[in-house]
Design a protein around this ligand. Sequence first.
Ligand code: AMP
Ligand code: ZN
Length: 468
Amino acid sequence: MEIFNSMTRRKEEFVPIEPGKVKMYACGPTVYNLIHVGNARPIILFDVFRRYMEYRGYEVTFVQNFTDVDDKIIKRANEEGLTSHQVAEKYIEEYFKDAKALGVRPATIHPKATETMDEIIDLVQTLVEKGYAYPVPSGDVYYRTLKFKGYGKLSHQPIDDLLSGARIDVNDEKENPLDFALWKAAKPGEPYWESPWGNGRPGWHIECSAMNRKYLGRTIDIHCGGEDLQFPHHENEIAQSEAANDAPFAHYWMHNGFLNIDNKKMSKSLGNFFTVRDAAEAYGYEPIRFFMLSAHYRTPLNYSAESLQQAQAALDRLYTAKDNLAFLAQNGAEGEPTEAEQAVLNQADDFRERFDAAMDDDFNTADAVSVLFEVVRAANKAVGPDQKPTKAGAEALLKLVLEFTDVLGLLYGKAEESLDDKVEALIAQRQEARKNKNWAEADRIRDELKAMGITLMDTKQGVQWKKD
Ligand code: AMP
Ligand code: ZN
């Protein structure tokens, strides 16, 4: 597998830290409103990368955070007459509804900033002790950017350029305009936590460093996010984590390109801002997923009515083929597959190789989707009107088509929930019950999973599960 590493700006062979395992982190949403179609791009893509790595036999621990304390959430809470906790919980719930409807599996762990506060404070403390951070009289704590020698290495910006580009801040408590807040002193009416520097809350960047260390360790395999996050967010994460841990932070950095609307940047002021919910109402959820796979993840992608209609039409073709094969698997002729069916089945390994080659090439989903359509066209032809399709042939062809759609997470719309989805939803419910100290409910869910033949293992990395 080759991955384009934003750090080296080259495609590199993927070599995991621990053979057979992948530790992957994605910066998740700030939960103050419904997710928009731009947010859906990384969410869907990272889900596909994870599925593909699992299909290739890796055990993937995937962590995606929720930023649940932040200026925008506080503003929203004041507007809606809610606490910022209520706003965050509301939009986390809405996130899971959209993600599920987009065919996105829950991450292994979805940490929240407000539930990682001890680790965040510990990390800031370590940085202060090591001289990489300094508290100021107002109660803020800043990162001493110039002390970190690698600053700018991800976004490939020399420190002098960054310095001349840095806004001259009105904040005269900072030693340098490039310094950024690790901890912010509480303002009246804002949520706060106690810390060695007084009551306050974390700056935005520190939570990801704290969560990485807590759930994945000092060095992880893959860190991903939208390309807008390279600077300053990911640069700051690197500075925090590497200074605190004395270890490289992530071996591979992956950044998705932006989604534009009718070739323009999406923005509320241009009136071309769509939530996933708006788009799903117009086109359905699954076409949005299909559309995101139609281009390489690093290129810009243009959202338009036409491109979504094309996605709908393409998905319809997949569903028609699937339904037809499923029908024939029940109603076809008895006996061995026909010559035509067997000819396609004989090509299965060739299709697999080409599908894998596309995905191995920096997750080229567009090419992988082309291979899927080749399989579908060949299968359609083999069971076409001039043929005498068999049950056995149709069933085997259906299985082949579904192998590929499963990896891409397609054709979930009309299907039953997959076992993975069911198990993960139940595990999430059990975690919630445990958090609320509802032990009876947690035990009931464990028993329900047991009845399904699933054993849970509570590990440091969160809950893992296996089929008996
Ligand atoms: P935000 O809503 O800005 O907090 O972004 C959450 C995630 O969505 C980040 O990974 C962003 O990089 C990503 N993102 C935001 N807008 C877009 C867009 N138009 N296209 C692709 N990704 C986006
Ligand atoms: Zn982050």
